[in-house]
Design a protein around this ligand. Structure first.
Ligand code: NAD
Length: 370
């Protein structure tokens, strides 16, 4: 009995539900972490090796991310065991079975994550209705297509530049990764007057100290080619992007790309974490010691989840952009002012801000975490 509470602390999780239906080979877990601020939002992850522990950690991360974004939502997460590339009919049966088994758990709103997409969310909508991340024709806001996360990231950077006494006009940035987050962040930054000196994708880096034309790079990517095939820059390997001198270095690809072994190669004034966990904790401390401003992931890449919450309220794209701009600017400013005043890492300031918001909501609850 004690073991099943090994994950429990003062914030959650409220519920850990195992779903098992041998008739269709369904095995999954839902963790509802803390719903003091409202029903939880968090994605459904499908992979062969997911575990209840991973699900609980991701649910807690959503509690903090949603509170830090100041959304009226708590944190939750669901995992489904299976290869996401399985035949579509089989995947549809599993997703439909999973959400039907969780039909009564109103404290959890389904959303897409690794291994699930808009179409999966359309099946959830058809079965139980409680879902975000829908296709556009079902009332969804296609957050990757409109660049919700990149848009938010560009606003967070704009606010943070004031703390480095820099202006966005003429600021030189480097973007590692040129997908849904990276290409849109680059587009919005350039529209505000910043200069892209290097970008990379999984094939390598393209570098031009005079500035790259981001629109033509996006057009090139849309034909299925790599940014390295662009002719207006110097081609380098993928790792070389770490050494390029700039004002803002933006990881927008993979986790743990900056660690103790390479953090000292960065030649920048700011790191803005578009990707999830792109910088290890040890490397974040080194950045802080070196006076490089580091903007943590769960604050500055929250544009996507804010967009999803706007969709849940039934509002459209214009409302989503307004909410992202307002929340990203306010939260980035609050985090950096606290970090400066208390001489702590921005991540520590952000976590304290998120925890405080969750605890404030808990005070008004008859119970605490729900
Ligand atoms: P994506 O698949 O659309 O794009 C990823 C990009 O990274 C591609 O251009 C790919 O070529 C490139 N890439 C892969 N390996 C690389 C490497 N080793 N070096 C350089 N580039 C590499 O993914 P995305 O949606 O843009 O997400 C990127 C990151 O941002 C992920 O960590 C994701 O979890 C995080 N994130 C995404 C969103 C969102 O709204 N999409 C929101 C928050 C966080």
């Amino acid at each position: 009995m004690n073991d099943i509470f090994a994950l429990a602390d003062d914030l959650g999780p409220l519920k850990v539900i195992h779903i098992h239906e041998p008739g269709i080979g369904l095995q999954g877990v839902l963790v509802v972490d803390n719903v003091a601020r409202g029903p939880s939002v968090g994605g459904v992850r499908m992979a062969v090796d997911v575990t209840p522990e991973e699900c609980a950690r991701l649910a807690r991360a959503m509690t903090f991310k949603n509170a830090a974004a100041d959304l009226p939502h708590g944190g939750g997460k669901a995992v489904l065991v299976g290869d996401p590339k399985m035949p579509k009919a089989q995947k549809e049966t599993l997703i439909r079975g999973f959400c039907c088994a969780l039909r009564e758990v109103e404290q959890y709103i389904f959303a897409p994550d690794m291994g699930t997409d808009e179409e999966c969310m359309a099946w959830v909508k058809d079965e139980i209705g409680r879902v975000v991340g829908l296709p556009r024709d079902l009332g969804g806001i296609p957050l990757d297509e409109i660049g919700a996360t990149g848009f938010g990231l560009s606003h967070a950077i704009d606010v943070a530049l004031n703390f480095c006494k820099l202006d966005i006009k003429g600021t030189r940035f480097v973007m590692q990764g040129f997908g849904a987050v990276g290409k849109h962040a680059a587009r919005f930054l350039c529209a505000a007057g910043a200069i892209a000196v290097a970008v990379s994708d999984s094939a390598g880096t393209i570098y031009n100290p005079d500035g790259l034309d981001v629109d033509s790079l996006i057009a090139l990517k849309s034909t299925g080619k790599s940014v390295t095939e662009h002719d207006a820059g110097e081609k380098r390997d993928g790792d070389a992007i770490i050494d390029i001198e700039c004002d803002i270095w933006i990881p927008a690809a993979r986790p743990d790309v900056i660690h103790e072994g390479n953090v000292n190669r960065l030649n920048t004034k700011m790191v803005a974490q578009g990707a999830n966990i792109p910088v290890t904790h040890a490397a974040e401390k080194i950045l802080h010691q070196k006076g490089i401003l580091n903007l943590p992931d769960f604050i500055v890449n929250a544009g996507g989840v804010i967009c999803a919450a706007t969709e849940y309220q039934g509002a459209g794209e214009a409302a989503a952009f307004l909410a992202i701009e307002e929340k990203l600017r306010r939260n980035t400013r609050e985090m950096l002012e606290t970090a400066q005043r208390k001489r702590i890492l921005p991540r520590e300031a952000a976590l304290a801000m998120a925890r405080r918001r969750v605890e404030q909501a808990m005070k008004h609850r008859r119970w605490h975490i729900f």
